[in-house]
Design a protein around this ligand. Structure first.
Ligand code: F6R
Length: 604
């Protein structure tokens, strides 16, 4: 078998992982004369032009793309980091919370530090514990170092004494191992290695793996050998490619007819109860619940806001939506009679996982809704449902959001059917509306393209406001986040009725206000709020499904297909996603990798 050179494979993998961090990047391989180290601040493409990259010969290598936590983006702070003797090279995701104490301890032993990072303590700590000998000594040193670490980590280590091996371990940070023919791969996410293999091993916290080209040995926290089962992943590499689109975000926006269809799958069948093989809810169990919490961050939390409306209305169980980072520190009222639902695209968001662990400790049943098969949260939760939206690569979440909203609605209908507390004909009509979504998504994508012109009028503005009521407020909030994260324009969303309690002071001539008007019960009310801003000189973009609405006073009106208000977010968010996209493109920004953001927020 021809051994492949690592440089291009590692760079290619980093390019696919760049959505996770793009402050700096680096590579280490084991060469004949020791460990190589090539790294710098900036994007992965900077690496390709670095001297020596093409000449790398060693067939074992590690690489990293960084999202700075400790220390600014710079060459010194980039990974990999080596120990003082240059025997070990390490890449690390996560945060070492006790790094300052470890640094001081190591300084006491004579070690020197050349970066501001928490990571640099790791190779030096491994070196401190290392006694030359067999591979078991290398493993023992990595193990002993890890036992000193507090915080979260996924670590890959190479050692110049073992040119055919690599050791990896994780705790609270993602790590997957891909098994191929005569080659093995490691990554913090599946897409980076999907073109080499579909067979993966997933490590649990404090499990170690010793890899060589054609073998992987697994060890427990006590370094006892353990067996792990290989898992086949259904995604294909095309799903993780741009497929002819200019950006991942645009591709993912346009995939929403397919992705929402995949989310529903075969759960609805004529004349049958909605099926959720993953759940075993009984009428007694659901009737015993005192409350449901939906806990998430960012866009997933916004999907929770939309999901709450459907779940609460259909199941009549009090339902609250909470921000994971708040929930975990506010001693929430959770007990055995609470169902806690955790929404997360990546399944790796640190705050959401911590909130789940807390709920479990308090005795609640925990249900994870994730897009990533085998992600950390799915291994912690009592129950898991997958959104099946396919890989989402762009940092700004689009198709994962619409799939989350669809899934929450399917779940709400399922719960209502188990509870038998709604008219079945009504539930059947809601199911039909969900089945009709893909066509309506296609139609909405077409009409929304007309917003390109309006984006040209807005891209130089400093502030944009979004208004809506009820479910339309939830959408306004998501549309607003999309605009700020990829176009860097300051934007705020308000419940229509709340505007006059302060924020209206900011409305002046020429300011852009986006109104979302789909909830029939509330449209007139929001129109009145929009009149208030028009009177003060605002220009307005209206997204509405009401064909009979008098729209003469608005500047731009986009009419979208009508559906029931529970799932209207799936339709009405599309023009807002595209609007944000067009504005960011007009500004010449990198929409897939907005500044300061990372796709998976695996640190607190
Ligand atoms: C915004 C966005 C973020 C994520 C948030 C949660 O477009 O993508 O707000 O929604 O970081 O991420 P997940 O869903 O992976 O837990």
């Amino acid at each position: 078998m021809v051994l492949r050179k690592p440089g291009p494979i590692l760079v290619n993998g980093l390019i696919r992982l760049e959505y996770r961090g793009y402050d700096s990047a680096g590579i280490s391989t084991i060469e004949k004369n020791g460990i190589s180290l090539i790294k710098d601040k900036g994007r992965v493409k900077n690496l390709e032009s670095q001297a020596g990259l093409k000449e790398l010969e060693g067939t074992i290598g590690i690489a990293h793309t960084r999202w700075a936590t400790h220390g600014k983006p710079s060459k010194e702070n980039s990974h990999p980091h080596m120990d003082n003797s240059k025997t070990f090279s390490v890449v690390h995701n996560g945060i070492i919370e006790n790094f300052e104490a470890l640094r001081e301890r190591l300084k006491g032993y004579g070690y020197k530090f050349y970066s501001d990072t928490d990571t640099e303590t790791i190779p030096n700590l491994i070196h401190h514990y290392y006694k030359k000998g067999g591979i078991e000594n290398f493993l023992k040193a990595v193990h002993d170092a890890c036992m000193d670490l507090k915080g979260s980590f996924a670590i890959e280590v190479i050692c110049s004494d073992f040119p055919d091996n690599m050791i990896v371990v994780r705790k609270d940070s993602p790590l997957v191992i891909g098994k191929a023919e005569g080659e093995n791969y490691l990554s913090s996410d599946i897409p980076a290695i999907l073109s080499f293999t579909r067979n993966f091993y997933l490590l649990n916290d404090y499990e170690f793996a010793v890899l060589s080209r054609d073998n992987i040995d697994f060890y427990s926290k006590d370094l006892e050998p353990i067996e792990k089962e290989v898992q086949a992943i259904e995604w294909n590499a095309v799903g993780a490619d741009k497929n002819g689109y200019e950006d991942y975000m645009l591709k993912e926006i346009y995939e929403q007819a397919t992705s929402t269809r995949e989310t529903v799958g075969a759960r609805f069948q004529t004349g049958k109860q909605t099926s959720f093989d993953e759940l075993n809810f009984t009428k007694e169990y659901l009737s015993s619940l005192n409350r449901i919490y939906i806990v998430a961050c960012g866009t997933a939390m916004h999907a929770g806001l939309a999901g709450k409306i459907a779940i609460e209305k259909l199941s009549k169980i009090p339902t609250e939506v909470d921000i994971a980072s708040e929930f975990r520190y506010r001693d929430p009222l959770v007990d055995e009679k609470t169902l806690c639902i955790f929404l997360t695209q990546s399944g790796e968001t640190a705050d959401t996982i911590a909130a789940l662990k807390l709920s479990k400790e308090k005795g609640a049943k925990t249900l994870a809704i994730s897009n990533v098969i085998g992600s950390s949260i799915t291994r912690e939760a009592d129950l898991t449902i997958y959104t099946h939206a396919g890989p989402e690569i762009a940092v700004a979440s689009t198709k994962a959001y619409t799939s989350q909203v669809v899934l929450m609605n399917v779940l709400a209908i399922y719960m209502a059917e188990v509870l038998e507390n709604n008219d079945q004909k009504y539930l059947d009509s809601l199911k039909q509306d969900i089945l009709d979504l893909p066509e309506k998504v296609e139609e909405t994508l077409k009409v929304s393209e007309s917003l390109k012109g309006f984006a040209r009028q807005v891209f130089q503005e400093k502030d944009v406001f979004y208004l809506g009521r009820g479910v339309d407020y939830a959408i306004a909030t998501e549309g607003c986040l999309k605009l700020k994260e990829i176009s860097y324009i300051h934007s705020e969303s308000y419940a229509g009725g709340e505007l006059k309690h302060g924020t209206i002071a900011l409305i002046e001539k020429g300011i852009t206000v986006v109104g979302v008007l789909t909830d029939k019960e509330l449209i007139k009310k929001t129109v009145s709020n929009l009149q208030e801003v028009i009177t003060r000189g605002a220009k307005t973009l209206i997204i509405t499904s009401d064909k009979d609405l008098d729209t003469s006073s608005f500047d731009v009106v986009l009419t979208i297909p009508e559906t029931n208000s529970f799932i209207s977010p799936v339709i009405s968010v599309i023009p807002l996603q595209l609007f944000a996209y067009y504005v960011a493109k007009e500004k010449g920004l990198d929409v897939d990798k907005p500044r300061n953001l990372a796709k998976s927020v695996t640190v607190e």
